[in-house]
Design a binder for this molecule. Structure first.
Ligand code: ZN
Ligand code: MN
Length: 472
């Protein structure tokens, strides 16, 4: 029996306002080479200054995964010669990393971490019309690199580990992970061996995987490729491979460099900074809850696994859920609104909940009105949409738009009578005991008025149909 041995090196671009060693803006999507300065362009004589906000974000992440934060902050140079790396080296950490150890719970298993360190990103090459050009807006953007132990055993587990890291980054406000912008990238290390063999075979490293699905597929491909090679009696080489998503295959790129090839040396332009235990303790004391804690709390409220997964996708949703439930709304109902209509309104309005900051008091008010019958069906959905989009309170929207449920018989009866008169066939069917006809008539009524309370209306349709019948 062959087993896979998988480790990940995960890079996340930190969501700081500015870059790691200069005060250039850290922003995706600006015009090429407009967010640069002598420091991030690597011009002679320019000196780096570290970004405290970046350090703090990594410390938050380290504390959340139970890693031990180093008492000093030190940087090293890691040399490459790439056209998107203007200095010819990356400022990274090697002798002393910011945090060591820790673990991430994935399903029932704990996946251990080797360490977390801080470094800077490189620029980006673009190949357009046979020409190569470079954009240095990303050069110097702060990165945290999270290095796992080789403790994962399947593509599904590697994927779940990476998804949990995405949630950690979201809930600890380390970064807003937009996969399509390359904010989260994983280097996959994979080898295979006979189960029970303590030795490791040479591994391949697949660089820069930026989709969960691709990661899972790349593991499957490599495990099959390496297992077949072993079965044929071939020896495996340590190498770096690329991923071709279209073909669903990895392909050889280069034989792997060893650490010596990077010519690590202490960064002479930066001193060693003390990281005080008191400062770390301060950060620990106001650490927001991580995804594992929240997941447990949400399950304790009786939410389904699917609902929990959708709420956990965003910190704003998780906070809205907990705040609304704390106001006394039924947690299961709150969950239904958040994953159903609220998620839809977020999508349709183009404004995420994080930007909109929708008030828990409004969602609680809406749920309360539905529970008491003063708001119903489409009227309730409309109240949510309008209050979200127009930044109005639910009570204002309900009053100003006349969305209150019509449950008053005096107001309902004339509408019902119009519907019954227009559809005599359906009335006959209903009287003959065909319940489908009731749904049809109710639907016609809702088309006349969006704010009909469906429960009251259904009962009243039966009564009026009977009354018309005896009247014939
Ligand atoms: Zn700069
Ligand atoms: Mn790195």
């Amino acid at each position: 029996m062959i087993e896979a041995v998988i480790g990940l090196e995960v890079h996340i671009e930190l969501g700081t306002k500015t870059k790691m060693f200069c005060r250039c803006e850290n922003r995706f999507g600006a015009k090429a080479n407009t967010l640069t300065c002598p420091v991030c362009l690597g011009l002679p004589g320019a000196l780096p200054r570290p970004n405290l906000e970046a350090v703090e974000r990594v410390v938050r992440l380290a504390l959340a995964v139970g890693a031990e934060v180093a008492p000093v902050l030190e940087f090293d140079r890691k040399h490459y010669f790439y056209p998107d790396l203007p200095k010819g080296y990356q400022i990274s950490q090697s002798r002393t990393v910011l945090a060591r150890g820790g673990a991430i719970q994935v399903g029932l298993r704990q996946i251990g971490l080797h360490h977390l360190h801080l470094e800077e990103d490189a620029g980006k090459l673009a190949h357009l019309g046979g020409r190569a050009s470079v954009d240095l807006n990303r050069a110097g953007v702060p990165l945290v690199e999270i290095v796992s132990l080789p403790e994962m055993r399947s593509g599904a587990e590697a994927r779940a580990f990476l998804e949990e890291i995405r949630l950690l980054a979201e809930h600890l406000a380390v970064a807003e992970v937009r996969m399509e912008e390359g904010v989260l990238r994983a280097d996959l290390n994979v080898s295979v061996r006979q189960v029970g063999d303590p030795r490791l075979n040479p591994r391949t490293e697949v660089k820069n995987m930026n989709s969960f699905r691709a990661l899972e597929r790349a593991v499957a491909y490599e495990v099959a490729r390496q297992s077949q090679a072993l079965e044929r009696g071939e020896s495996l080489a340590q190498e770096t491979r690329g991923w071709d998503d279209q073909a669903g295959q990895t392909y050889p790129q280069r034989r792997k460099e060893t650490a010596d090839d990077y010519r690590y040396l202490p960064e002479p332009d930066l001193p060693s900074y003390p990281v005080s235990a008191a400062w770390v303790a301060d950060i620990a004391s106001c650490l927001p809850p991580g995804p594992a804690d929240l997941r447990q709390r949400f399950f304790a409220h009786g939410l389904s696994a699917e609902t929990v997964a959708v709420i956990l996708e965003s910190r704003a949703r998780s906070q809205l859920f907990e705040q609304t439930a704390a106001l006394g709304a039924d947690p299961v109902v709150v969950g239904q609104w958040i994953v159903g209509d609220l998620a839809r309104v977020e999508r349709e309005s183009g404004e995420s909940l994080a930007d909109r900051a929708y008030a828990a008091a409004d969602l609680a008010d809406l749920i309360q009105r539905v529970a008491t019958g003063s708001l119903a069906g489409p009227g309730a959905k409309r109240a949510l949409e309008l209050s979200y989009r127009d930044r109005r309170s639910v009570s204002a929207v309900v009053a100003e738009e006349g969305l209150s449920a019509i449950s008053d018989e005096g107001a309902l009866d004339p509408l019902i009578d119009q519907v019954l008169a227009a559809h005599p066939g359906a009335v006959q069917d209903l009287l003959a005991g065909q319940e489908k006809a009731l749904g049809f008539l109710l639907g016609q009524l809702m088309r006349k008025s969006r704010s009909v309370d469906p429960k009251v209306a259904a009962k009243r349709i039966r009564e009026r149909a009977q009354a018309c019948n005896t009247g014939f």
